[in-house]
Write a protein that binds this ligand. Structure first.
Ligand code: ATP
Ligand code: MG
Length: 394
Protein backbone atom coordinates (compact mmCIF):
# COMPACT_ATOMS: atom_id res chain seq x y z
CA UNK A 1 0.00 0.00 0.00
CA UNK A 2 1.18 3.54 -0.73
CA UNK A 3 2.42 5.44 2.30
CA UNK A 4 0.61 8.55 3.47
CA UNK A 5 1.82 11.48 5.56
CA UNK A 6 0.54 11.32 9.16
CA UNK A 7 -2.16 13.88 10.05
CA UNK A 8 -1.39 17.02 12.01
CA UNK A 9 -2.79 17.42 15.52
CA UNK A 10 -5.40 19.81 14.12
CA UNK A 11 -6.48 17.26 11.56
CA UNK A 12 -6.90 14.65 14.28
CA UNK A 13 -8.95 17.10 16.34
CA UNK A 14 -11.05 17.75 13.23
CA UNK A 15 -11.73 14.02 12.92
CA UNK A 16 -12.53 13.79 16.62
CA UNK A 17 -15.18 16.48 16.24
CA UNK A 18 -17.21 13.72 14.66
CA UNK A 19 -17.18 11.74 17.90
CA UNK A 20 -20.29 12.54 19.86
CA UNK A 21 -20.90 11.85 23.50
CA UNK A 22 -24.49 10.77 22.96
CA UNK A 23 -25.56 11.67 26.45
CA UNK A 24 -24.00 15.07 26.60
CA UNK A 25 -25.11 15.72 23.03
CA UNK A 26 -21.90 17.37 21.92
CA UNK A 27 -18.63 16.36 20.28
CA UNK A 28 -15.78 15.28 22.53
CA UNK A 29 -13.43 18.04 21.38
CA UNK A 30 -15.77 20.96 22.07
CA UNK A 31 -16.84 19.37 25.33
CA UNK A 32 -13.20 19.52 26.47
CA UNK A 33 -12.78 15.78 26.74
CA UNK A 34 -9.60 15.66 24.63
CA UNK A 35 -6.76 17.28 26.61
CA UNK A 36 -4.02 16.15 24.20
CA UNK A 37 -3.29 14.42 20.91
CA UNK A 38 0.05 13.30 19.53
CA UNK A 39 0.98 11.69 16.24
CA UNK A 40 4.44 10.25 15.61
CA UNK A 41 6.21 10.68 12.27
CA UNK A 42 5.49 7.05 11.45
CA UNK A 43 1.76 7.35 12.02
CA UNK A 44 1.16 6.18 15.59
CA UNK A 45 -1.54 8.32 17.17
CA UNK A 46 -2.16 8.73 20.88
CA UNK A 47 -5.43 10.36 21.91
CA UNK A 48 -5.99 11.41 25.50
CA UNK A 49 -9.63 11.13 26.49
CA UNK A 50 -11.02 12.38 29.77
CA UNK A 51 -14.28 10.79 30.82
CA UNK A 52 -16.70 12.42 33.20
CA UNK A 53 -16.52 9.28 35.31
CA UNK A 54 -13.97 6.56 34.60
CA UNK A 55 -16.47 3.71 34.90
CA UNK A 56 -18.77 5.22 32.28
CA UNK A 57 -20.46 2.50 30.23
CA UNK A 58 -20.16 4.75 27.17
CA UNK A 59 -16.41 4.25 27.32
CA UNK A 60 -16.51 1.31 24.89
CA UNK A 61 -18.55 3.31 22.41
CA UNK A 62 -16.30 6.36 22.62
CA UNK A 63 -13.25 4.12 22.28
CA UNK A 64 -14.58 2.54 19.11
CA UNK A 65 -15.61 5.88 17.61
CA UNK A 66 -12.23 7.47 18.36
CA UNK A 67 -10.36 4.49 16.94
CA UNK A 68 -12.41 4.22 13.76
CA UNK A 69 -12.45 7.96 13.03
CA UNK A 70 -8.77 8.59 13.63
CA UNK A 71 -7.81 5.18 12.24
CA UNK A 72 -9.68 5.98 9.02
CA UNK A 73 -6.99 8.54 8.13
CA UNK A 74 -4.68 6.74 5.72
CA UNK A 75 -1.61 8.25 7.38
CA UNK A 76 -2.49 6.69 10.74
CA UNK A 77 -1.10 3.24 11.49
CA UNK A 78 -2.24 2.72 15.06
CA UNK A 79 -4.49 4.54 17.50
CA UNK A 80 -3.96 4.32 21.23
CA UNK A 81 -6.19 5.91 23.82
CA UNK A 82 -4.93 7.22 27.14
CA UNK A 83 -7.88 7.40 29.51
CA UNK A 84 -8.27 9.95 32.22
CA UNK A 85 -10.99 11.09 34.56
CA UNK A 86 -12.20 14.64 35.03
CA UNK A 87 -11.85 16.47 38.30
CA UNK A 88 -15.13 17.65 39.78
CA UNK A 89 -14.44 21.17 38.52
CA UNK A 90 -13.84 19.89 35.01
CA UNK A 91 -17.00 17.85 35.28
CA UNK A 92 -19.00 20.94 36.23
CA UNK A 93 -17.48 22.75 33.29
CA UNK A 94 -18.38 20.02 30.81
CA UNK A 95 -21.96 19.86 32.07
CA UNK A 96 -22.29 23.58 31.58
CA UNK A 97 -20.90 23.27 28.05
CA UNK A 98 -23.26 20.40 27.34
CA UNK A 99 -26.19 22.52 28.39
CA UNK A 100 -25.08 25.34 26.13
CA UNK A 101 -24.42 22.98 23.26
CA UNK A 102 -27.85 21.44 23.67
CA UNK A 103 -29.45 24.87 23.61
CA UNK A 104 -27.42 26.11 20.67
CA UNK A 105 -27.75 23.00 18.58
CA UNK A 106 -31.49 22.67 18.95
CA UNK A 107 -32.42 25.08 16.14
CA UNK A 108 -29.78 23.68 13.82
CA UNK A 109 -30.74 20.09 13.29
CA UNK A 110 -33.53 17.91 14.53
CA UNK A 111 -31.40 14.77 14.28
CA UNK A 112 -31.07 13.11 17.69
CA UNK A 113 -27.51 12.84 19.09
CA UNK A 114 -27.92 9.06 19.19
CA UNK A 115 -28.59 8.74 15.44
CA UNK A 116 -25.86 7.36 13.20
CA UNK A 117 -25.69 9.38 9.99
CA UNK A 118 -24.55 7.76 6.75
CA UNK A 119 -24.29 9.74 3.51
CA UNK A 120 -24.24 7.66 0.34
CA UNK A 121 -22.02 9.49 -2.15
CA UNK A 122 -20.06 8.88 -5.33
CA UNK A 123 -17.66 10.63 -7.63
CA UNK A 124 -19.96 10.39 -10.63
CA UNK A 125 -23.64 9.99 -11.37
CA UNK A 126 -25.57 6.86 -12.21
CA UNK A 127 -23.44 4.39 -10.25
CA UNK A 128 -26.32 3.35 -7.99
CA UNK A 129 -26.27 5.69 -4.96
CA UNK A 130 -30.04 5.81 -4.75
CA UNK A 131 -30.40 2.06 -5.25
CA UNK A 132 -27.83 1.40 -2.52
CA UNK A 133 -29.51 3.93 -0.20
CA UNK A 134 -33.01 2.45 -0.42
CA UNK A 135 -31.89 -1.18 -0.30
CA UNK A 136 -29.62 -0.56 2.66
CA UNK A 137 -32.37 1.40 4.43
CA UNK A 138 -34.92 -1.34 3.77
CA UNK A 139 -32.58 -4.12 4.90
CA UNK A 140 -31.78 -2.18 8.09
CA UNK A 141 -35.46 -1.55 8.82
CA UNK A 142 -36.17 -5.25 8.25
CA UNK A 143 -33.81 -5.87 11.18
CA UNK A 144 -36.19 -3.86 13.38
CA UNK A 145 -34.38 -0.53 13.19
CA UNK A 146 -35.87 2.93 12.69
CA UNK A 147 -34.22 4.38 9.62
CA UNK A 148 -34.59 7.88 8.21
CA UNK A 149 -34.00 8.43 4.50
CA UNK A 150 -33.20 11.95 3.40
CA UNK A 151 -33.26 12.38 -0.36
CA UNK A 152 -30.68 15.12 -0.81
CA UNK A 153 -31.02 14.89 -4.58
CA UNK A 154 -33.35 17.87 -4.58
CA UNK A 155 -33.99 18.11 -8.32
CA UNK A 156 -33.20 14.59 -9.44
CA UNK A 157 -35.01 12.79 -6.63
CA UNK A 158 -35.60 9.08 -7.13
CA UNK A 159 -36.20 7.79 -3.60
CA UNK A 160 -40.03 8.09 -3.72
CA UNK A 161 -40.25 5.90 -6.82
CA UNK A 162 -37.71 3.37 -5.54
CA UNK A 163 -39.67 2.95 -2.30
CA UNK A 164 -43.09 3.11 -3.94
CA UNK A 165 -44.11 6.10 -1.84
CA UNK A 166 -45.94 9.16 -3.10
CA UNK A 167 -47.96 10.81 -0.32
CA UNK A 168 -47.56 14.55 -0.06
CA UNK A 169 -45.59 15.69 2.95
CA UNK A 170 -47.61 17.36 5.63
CA UNK A 171 -46.48 19.79 8.27
CA UNK A 172 -47.48 20.05 11.87
CA UNK A 173 -47.19 22.66 14.58
CA UNK A 174 -45.15 21.58 17.57
CA UNK A 175 -45.19 23.34 20.93
CA UNK A 176 -42.24 25.64 21.40
CA UNK A 177 -41.24 25.70 17.70
CA UNK A 178 -42.21 28.81 15.80
CA UNK A 179 -42.79 27.23 12.40
CA UNK A 180 -44.57 24.03 11.41
CA UNK A 181 -42.40 20.93 11.13
CA UNK A 182 -42.50 18.56 8.17
CA UNK A 183 -43.68 15.05 9.05
CA UNK A 184 -41.73 12.38 7.16
CA UNK A 185 -43.67 9.77 5.21
CA UNK A 186 -43.48 6.42 6.93
CA UNK A 187 -43.37 2.88 5.69
CA UNK A 188 -43.34 -0.11 8.03
CA UNK A 189 -40.92 -2.89 7.22
CA UNK A 190 -41.38 -5.87 9.52
CA UNK A 191 -40.86 -4.53 13.02
CA UNK A 192 -38.79 -1.62 11.70
CA UNK A 193 -39.76 1.61 10.07
CA UNK A 194 -38.60 3.89 7.28
CA UNK A 195 -39.11 7.66 7.65
CA UNK A 196 -38.65 9.33 4.29
CA UNK A 197 -38.30 12.93 3.18
CA UNK A 198 -37.84 13.96 -0.45
CA UNK A 199 -38.73 16.95 -2.61
CA UNK A 200 -40.54 14.33 -4.70
CA UNK A 201 -43.23 14.41 -2.03
CA UNK A 202 -43.82 18.12 -2.62
CA UNK A 203 -45.75 17.40 -5.71
CA UNK A 204 -47.58 20.47 -6.83
CA UNK A 205 -45.94 22.71 -9.39
CA UNK A 206 -45.94 25.76 -7.20
CA UNK A 207 -44.10 24.09 -4.34
CA UNK A 208 -41.65 22.50 -6.74
CA UNK A 209 -40.95 25.91 -8.25
CA UNK A 210 -40.38 27.37 -4.84
CA UNK A 211 -37.80 24.70 -4.12
CA UNK A 212 -36.12 25.25 -7.45
CA UNK A 213 -35.43 28.81 -6.40
CA UNK A 214 -33.63 27.64 -3.30
CA UNK A 215 -30.01 26.72 -3.10
CA UNK A 216 -29.36 23.02 -2.90
CA UNK A 217 -27.64 23.30 0.45
CA UNK A 218 -30.46 25.38 1.88
CA UNK A 219 -32.96 22.69 0.94
CA UNK A 220 -30.89 20.00 2.64
CA UNK A 221 -30.45 22.22 5.70
CA UNK A 222 -34.19 22.58 5.85
CA UNK A 223 -34.63 18.82 5.75
CA UNK A 224 -32.22 18.47 8.66
CA UNK A 225 -33.76 21.27 10.68
CA UNK A 226 -37.46 21.53 9.93
CA UNK A 227 -38.45 17.87 9.88
CA UNK A 228 -39.96 16.15 12.86
CA UNK A 229 -37.70 13.09 12.52
CA UNK A 230 -38.30 11.79 16.02
CA UNK A 231 -36.20 8.85 17.22
CA UNK A 232 -33.90 7.37 14.57
CA UNK A 233 -31.28 4.65 14.78
CA UNK A 234 -29.86 5.65 11.40
CA UNK A 235 -30.28 8.50 8.97
CA UNK A 236 -29.29 7.60 5.40
CA UNK A 237 -28.69 10.49 3.03
CA UNK A 238 -28.92 9.89 -0.71
CA UNK A 239 -26.45 12.44 -2.06
CA UNK A 240 -26.93 14.22 -5.38
CA UNK A 241 -24.34 13.41 -8.06
CA UNK A 242 -21.17 15.42 -8.33
CA UNK A 243 -21.59 18.31 -5.95
CA UNK A 244 -19.29 19.28 -3.16
CA UNK A 245 -21.65 21.92 -1.76
CA UNK A 246 -24.00 19.51 -0.11
CA UNK A 247 -21.11 17.58 1.37
CA UNK A 248 -19.57 20.72 2.84
CA UNK A 249 -22.95 21.77 4.21
CA UNK A 250 -23.37 18.39 5.83
CA UNK A 251 -19.90 18.56 7.34
CA UNK A 252 -20.86 21.85 8.93
CA UNK A 253 -24.27 20.81 10.19
CA UNK A 254 -23.62 17.16 11.03
CA UNK A 255 -19.88 16.63 11.42
CA UNK A 256 -20.47 13.10 12.65
CA UNK A 257 -21.67 12.01 9.20
CA UNK A 258 -19.94 8.92 7.81
CA UNK A 259 -19.63 8.60 4.06
CA UNK A 260 -20.22 5.45 2.07
CA UNK A 261 -18.73 5.82 -1.36
CA UNK A 262 -20.38 3.92 -4.18
CA UNK A 263 -18.33 3.08 -7.24
CA UNK A 264 -18.42 0.71 -10.20
CA UNK A 265 -15.88 -2.03 -10.94
CA UNK A 266 -14.48 -0.04 -13.87
CA UNK A 267 -10.96 1.06 -13.02
CA UNK A 268 -11.42 4.29 -14.95
CA UNK A 269 -14.17 5.42 -12.58
CA UNK A 270 -11.79 5.46 -9.66
CA UNK A 271 -10.18 8.84 -10.24
CA UNK A 272 -13.45 10.69 -9.68
CA UNK A 273 -14.30 8.51 -6.71
CA UNK A 274 -10.92 9.30 -5.16
CA UNK A 275 -11.75 12.98 -5.52
CA UNK A 276 -14.98 12.46 -3.57
CA UNK A 277 -13.04 10.75 -0.80
CA UNK A 278 -10.47 13.54 -0.81
CA UNK A 279 -13.13 16.11 -0.27
CA UNK A 280 -14.49 14.02 2.59
CA UNK A 281 -11.12 14.17 4.28
CA UNK A 282 -10.86 17.90 3.83
CA UNK A 283 -14.23 18.39 5.48
CA UNK A 284 -13.23 15.85 8.19
CA UNK A 285 -16.01 13.44 7.31
CA UNK A 286 -15.03 9.84 7.85
CA UNK A 287 -15.28 7.44 4.96
CA UNK A 288 -16.90 4.39 6.54
CA UNK A 289 -16.26 2.29 3.46
CA UNK A 290 -16.66 1.61 -0.22
CA UNK A 291 -19.50 -0.25 -1.94
CA UNK A 292 -18.82 -1.60 -5.38
CA UNK A 293 -22.07 -1.69 -7.33
CA UNK A 294 -22.78 -3.26 -10.73
CA UNK A 295 -20.13 -5.88 -10.02
CA UNK A 296 -19.92 -9.04 -12.10
CA UNK A 297 -23.28 -10.38 -13.29
CA UNK A 298 -23.74 -13.93 -12.00
CA UNK A 299 -25.80 -16.14 -14.32
CA UNK A 300 -28.11 -18.93 -13.20
CA UNK A 301 -25.31 -21.46 -13.54
CA UNK A 302 -23.14 -19.48 -11.16
CA UNK A 303 -20.68 -18.22 -13.77
CA UNK A 304 -19.80 -14.58 -13.24
CA UNK A 305 -19.44 -12.09 -16.05
CA UNK A 306 -17.57 -8.89 -15.17
CA UNK A 307 -19.47 -6.74 -17.70
CA UNK A 308 -18.28 -3.46 -16.27
CA UNK A 309 -14.74 -4.54 -15.53
CA UNK A 310 -13.44 -5.71 -12.17
CA UNK A 311 -11.36 -4.66 -9.23
CA UNK A 312 -12.51 -1.02 -9.10
CA UNK A 313 -13.99 -1.23 -5.62
CA UNK A 314 -10.97 -2.91 -4.10
CA UNK A 315 -8.63 -0.49 -5.84
CA UNK A 316 -10.54 2.54 -4.57
CA UNK A 317 -10.69 1.13 -1.05
CA UNK A 318 -6.95 0.57 -1.10
CA UNK A 319 -6.20 4.01 -2.56
CA UNK A 320 -8.17 5.89 0.06
CA UNK A 321 -7.36 3.53 2.93
CA UNK A 322 -10.96 2.45 3.54
CA UNK A 323 -12.74 -0.89 3.69
CA UNK A 324 -14.53 -2.52 0.77
CA UNK A 325 -17.87 -3.24 2.45
CA UNK A 326 -19.74 -5.01 -0.34
CA UNK A 327 -19.87 -5.92 -3.99
CA UNK A 328 -23.41 -5.78 -5.36
CA UNK A 329 -23.71 -7.72 -8.61
CA UNK A 330 -25.36 -6.32 -11.70
CA UNK A 331 -28.79 -7.89 -11.71
CA UNK A 332 -32.07 -7.12 -13.46
CA UNK A 333 -33.91 -7.67 -10.16
CA UNK A 334 -32.31 -4.53 -8.69
CA UNK A 335 -33.73 -2.32 -11.43
CA UNK A 336 -37.06 -4.19 -11.46
CA UNK A 337 -37.40 -3.82 -7.67
CA UNK A 338 -36.75 -0.11 -8.09
CA UNK A 339 -39.43 0.21 -10.76
CA UNK A 340 -41.91 -1.68 -8.59
CA UNK A 341 -41.14 0.35 -5.47
CA UNK A 342 -40.06 -2.79 -3.61
CA UNK A 343 -36.34 -2.82 -2.87
CA UNK A 344 -34.90 -6.18 -3.84
CA UNK A 345 -33.20 -6.42 -0.43
CA UNK A 346 -36.60 -6.96 1.19
CA UNK A 347 -37.70 -10.28 -0.20
CA UNK A 348 -35.43 -11.01 -3.13
CA UNK A 349 -33.42 -14.21 -2.98
CA UNK A 350 -30.86 -13.52 -5.70
CA UNK A 351 -27.20 -12.61 -5.32
CA UNK A 352 -27.83 -8.85 -5.25
CA UNK A 353 -30.54 -9.12 -2.58
CA UNK A 354 -28.25 -11.21 -0.42
CA UNK A 355 -25.34 -8.82 -0.97
CA UNK A 356 -27.50 -5.85 0.15
CA UNK A 357 -28.61 -7.71 3.29
CA UNK A 358 -25.02 -8.68 4.07
CA UNK A 359 -23.99 -5.03 3.65
CA UNK A 360 -26.68 -3.97 6.15
CA UNK A 361 -25.56 -6.64 8.58
CA UNK A 362 -21.94 -5.60 8.32
CA UNK A 363 -22.71 -1.95 8.90
CA UNK A 364 -25.07 -2.60 11.79
CA UNK A 365 -22.90 -5.13 13.59
CA UNK A 366 -19.43 -3.92 12.76
CA UNK A 367 -18.74 -0.80 10.72
CA UNK A 368 -21.16 1.71 12.28
CA UNK A 369 -23.27 -0.07 14.91
CA UNK A 370 -26.23 1.79 16.41
CA UNK A 371 -25.58 3.93 19.46
CA UNK A 372 -26.61 2.10 22.58
CA UNK A 373 -27.55 4.11 25.61
CA UNK A 374 -26.02 1.78 28.07
CA UNK A 375 -27.35 3.37 31.20
CA UNK A 376 -25.33 6.49 31.86
CA UNK A 377 -28.46 8.62 31.74
CA UNK A 378 -29.39 8.42 35.36
CA UNK A 379 -25.84 9.24 36.32
CA UNK A 380 -25.70 12.21 33.98
CA UNK A 381 -29.06 13.56 35.08
CA UNK A 382 -27.88 13.30 38.64
CA UNK A 383 -24.56 15.05 38.02
CA UNK A 384 -26.26 17.79 36.05
CA UNK A 385 -28.56 18.39 38.94
CA UNK A 386 -25.72 18.42 41.45
CA UNK A 387 -23.65 20.66 39.17
CA UNK A 388 -26.31 23.23 38.69
CA UNK A 389 -27.47 23.37 42.24
CA UNK A 390 -23.94 23.72 43.63
CA UNK A 391 -22.37 25.92 40.99
CA UNK A 392 -22.19 29.60 41.89
CA UNK A 393 -24.00 31.81 39.37
CA UNK A 394 -21.62 33.01 36.65
N1 ATP B 1 -26.76 -3.65 -9.07
C1 ATP B 1 -27.52 -3.22 -10.06
N2 ATP B 1 -27.96 -4.06 -11.03
C2 ATP B 1 -28.74 -3.62 -12.05
N3 ATP B 1 -29.14 -2.36 -12.19
C3 ATP B 1 -28.75 -1.46 -11.26
C4 ATP B 1 -27.93 -1.85 -10.15
N4 ATP B 1 -27.71 -0.73 -9.39
C5 ATP B 1 -28.36 0.27 -9.99
N5 ATP B 1 -28.99 -0.14 -11.12
C6 ATP B 1 -29.77 0.68 -12.06
O1 ATP B 1 -28.90 1.70 -12.54
C7 ATP B 1 -29.59 2.93 -12.68
C8 ATP B 1 -28.89 4.03 -11.86
O2 ATP B 1 -29.02 3.71 -10.49
P1 ATP B 1 -29.30 4.82 -9.38
O3 ATP B 1 -30.41 5.71 -9.80
O4 ATP B 1 -29.43 4.10 -8.10
O5 ATP B 1 -27.92 5.60 -9.46
P2 ATP B 1 -27.51 6.99 -8.82
O6 ATP B 1 -26.05 6.93 -8.55
O7 ATP B 1 -28.40 7.32 -7.71
O8 ATP B 1 -27.79 7.98 -10.02
P3 ATP B 1 -27.81 9.60 -9.98
O9 ATP B 1 -26.38 10.00 -9.98
O10 ATP B 1 -28.54 9.96 -11.22
O11 ATP B 1 -28.52 10.00 -8.73
C9 ATP B 1 -31.01 2.67 -12.25
O12 ATP B 1 -31.79 2.43 -13.38
C10 ATP B 1 -30.92 1.41 -11.40
O13 ATP B 1 -32.10 0.64 -11.44
MG1 MG C 1 -29.60 9.04 -7.33
Amino acid sequence: MASFAPPTTDEVLGLLRGVIDPELGGNVVDLGMIPAVTVSDDGHAVVHVKLTISGCPLRAQIKKDVETRVGAHPGVRTVRIEWGEMTSDERSEVMLKARWAAREQAPDTAIPATTRVLAIASGKGGVGKSSVTVNLAAAMAARGLTVGVLDADIWGFSVPRLLGMSDRLEAERVDGVDKPLIIPNERRVGSGILKVVSTGFLVDEETALMWRGLMLTKAVEQFLRDVRWGELDYLLIDMPPGTGDVQMGLARMLPRTDLIIVTTPAQAAQKVAVRAADMARRSFLRVAGVVENMSAFICEHGTSYPLFGSGGGAELAETIGAELLAQIPLEAAVAAGGDAGTPVALDGDGHAARAFRALAERIVTETVPPVTMSGCSARIAESVEVTFTRRPKP
